[in-house]
Design a binder for this molecule. Sequence first.
Ligand SMILES: Nc1ncnc2c1ncn2[C@@H]1O[C@H](COP(=O)(O)OP(=O)(O)O)[C@@H](O)[C@H]1O
Ligand SMILES: [Mg+2]
Length: 408
Amino acid sequence: MTASLTSDAPLATGGTAGSVAPITAAAAAPDVEIIGVTKRFGSVTAVDAMDLSIARGTFYSLLGPSGCGKTTTLRMIAGFEQPTEGEILLSGQPIAGVPPYQRNVNTVFQHYALFPHMNVAQNVGYGLRQRKVGKADEERRVTEALGLVRLAGYAKRRTWEMSGGQQQRVALARALVNRPTVLLLDEPLGALDLKLRKEMQLELKALQREVGITFVYVTHDQEEALTMSDVIVVMRDGQIQQQGNPTDLYERPVNRFVADFIGTSNALKGRISAVDEATRRAVVETDGGLRLSGTITDPAARPAVDSQVTIAIRPEHLDVQPARSSDALGESTDGVDGGGSGWATIQGRINQGTYLGDQTEYRIQTDQAGELVVRRQNQLGASTSQGMGPGDPVTVRWHEEANLVLVG
Ligand SMILES: Nc1ncnc2c1ncn2[C@@H]1O[C@H](COP(=O)(O)OP(=O)(O)O)[C@@H](O)[C@H]1O
Ligand SMILES: [Mg+2]
């Protein structure tokens, strides 16, 4: 009996079950769907037949070089630009014709335009006053938003008294205070110095987890995207190159562009001599005379025998050691293990070694693979420089698991 007095849950026999279904359906819809969207400015195609779907609560990054269409994509989601073709849905609803202020999204720009004549709290509460939210409610929500961006106690400050990082937090609080479904961020840390930017990356990620709002984050900085994102979409010339989580993109880039844009990789050109469709593995005869087996990373690619491809190898997947005298004698052999162990071994000479603190990066001249970049972790107390100076002969060794066969 007591339960029925204290609970406002519908009675089991009540007729409210029907009202539950639409809520469930709405919750299942992605926050943002972009369906066949193209945007042209005169003869420039800024966004080219884009399809993407952003699930609720995702930290989603659009990554690509300047001019690839990131900002245009964001502005179409916000409603500042209309697609030339295609459709955008927010929470499952088409939004063509819905003006920006009626969309449940907010944007944070690199150049946050705070109002100089207002204090911090007035800046943050601006959108609430526009929506005629009551004074007490405004104060409570502004306090909450300032707490989220770790500016509790700064409510009465003038914005021009604050540092760049603090001002960007005010801009964030101002965007979050309306509780948007989706927060759009266009290179928001671009104006900050490196150290502050790194701190803010971690904070933004923590903030996004805390509030659970979908973030669509635009950046041209691959490291930033890797640090923060659940999902990254790599763009080039208005087109999606690859979408995936940071590990997917780094470990299985589908083409040369993604492999070069995310991290660095050694590229060995060659020709396919055998393909196994079932395992997605190919044998490649490289231009330098190596026979290497590797995984075809693009699931959509169906390369034929004799196709030109590139083998990409990450610098940290190569091992370098001072050559033993017995190795130097074998320098003219093809160097690849024929016994099926999966290891390739070639000889070279160090061009340059660069100490990077935690790692040393070596540039190594080889006959069979040109100049290779190798990264080696520096060990405490172990002298890693012996026999590893410029001109010293070395052995470079790697496992075939490191060979990524890139078709495009
Ligand atoms: N309003 C506009 N008028 C004409 N061209 C534009 C306009 N906005 C963007 N562009 C062009 O569209 C392309 C994509 O731009 P943008 O989306 O700003 O790229 P990104 O944000 O990735 O640097 C560029 O070639 C840019 O010059
Ligand atoms: Mg831009």
